[in-house]
Design a protein around this ligand. Structure first.
Ligand code: PXP
Length: 259
């Protein structure tokens, strides 16, 4: 199982003071040294954390592949394509959201994504779509001939948090989950089955499968057990742990759970 470390939250801390410290670029060599496989960053339309200059420096200097998440906004696509990352992951984006809520509606944006897919093929940049685990989305991803899908694990992570931990819950549909423990167990099983089914469907269509969102040191192992998933992209929990144990140790500890 490969690990992409999402380092956006280093830039979040920097932006809290609007100074140059900490610099997300400093994390890149540490991810590699810890054994991580990929750097993941999200260039948001509002540039609330990672800036264009961060993306440029990180791509130019990273010894491991860089995966840039972004919306389908043509201006942003133009910028990230020119930077030539290893992979671009298209995500839905709302200005007011705290983090990426839900997967990309591939059906609704099919034509726009198709244009981007053609452009990236010409540039030899891998394309991934961040989608909810759902058969229709996977079929559309296949039609678009993308190399990867990344399955949104937010629903699973939120149900897990409600059952087993006091970690914060941020998913937009959390009200839908307010129910008794027995039904939460059923919902957790169901969320895992849906992820398993989607991962199998995508893999059988020749699409590589990544997953991410809300994964942490407590909940990750049930996702690791889904053999069709090749890669996880994890940010918040690794950066949070690094405050207490150091960044390199936090990455290593997560890698230990992925074996
Ligand atoms: N994958 C994608 C596509 C995301 O948008 C995010 C959040 O930026 C992550 C993974 C990482 O999520 P988390 O920070 O909850 O680990």
């Amino acid at each position: 199982m490969l690990l992409g470390v999402n380092i956006d939250h280093i830039a979040v801390l920097r932006e809290a003071r609007k100074i140059n410290d900490p610099d997300p670029l400093d994390a890149v060599s540490l991810v590699k040294r810890a054994g991580g496989d990929q750097i993941t960053i999200h260039l948001r339309e509002d540039r609330r954390h990672i800036h264009d200059e961060d993306a440029k420096k990180i791509i130019e200097n990273s010894p491991i592949p860089v995966n840039i998440e972004c919306s389908i906004n043509p201006e942003v696509i133009q910028i990230v394509t020119a930077l030539h990352p290893h992979r671009i992951t298209l995500v839905p984006e709302k200005r007011e959201e705290v983090t990426t809520e839900g997967g990309l509606d591939v059906l609704h944006y099919f034509d726009a994504i198709q244009l981007i897919a053609k452009q990236l093929k010409n540039e030899h940049i891998e394309l991934s779509l961040f989608i909810d685990p759902n058969t229709l989305m996977i079929q559309k991803a296949k039609e678009l001939e993308v190399e990867w899908v990344e399955l949104h694990t937010g629903m699973y992570a939120n149900i897990y948090a409600m059952l087993y931990s006091n970690l914060s819950r941020t998913h937009h549909s959390i009200q839908e989950l307010e129910c008794d423990r027995k039904s939460l167990h059923d919902k957790l099983e169901n969320a895992l089955n849906v992820l398993q089914k989607s991962a199998s469907e995508a893999k059988s269509l020749g699409i590589k499968v990544a997953a991410g969102h809300g994964l942490n040191y407590q909940n990750v192992q049930k996702i690791v057990a889904i053999k069709e998933i090749e890669e996880l992209n994890i940010g918040q929990s690794i950066i949070a742990k690094s405050i207490f144990v150091g960044f390199e140790n936090a990455v290593k500890e997560m890698l230990g759970l992925l074996k």
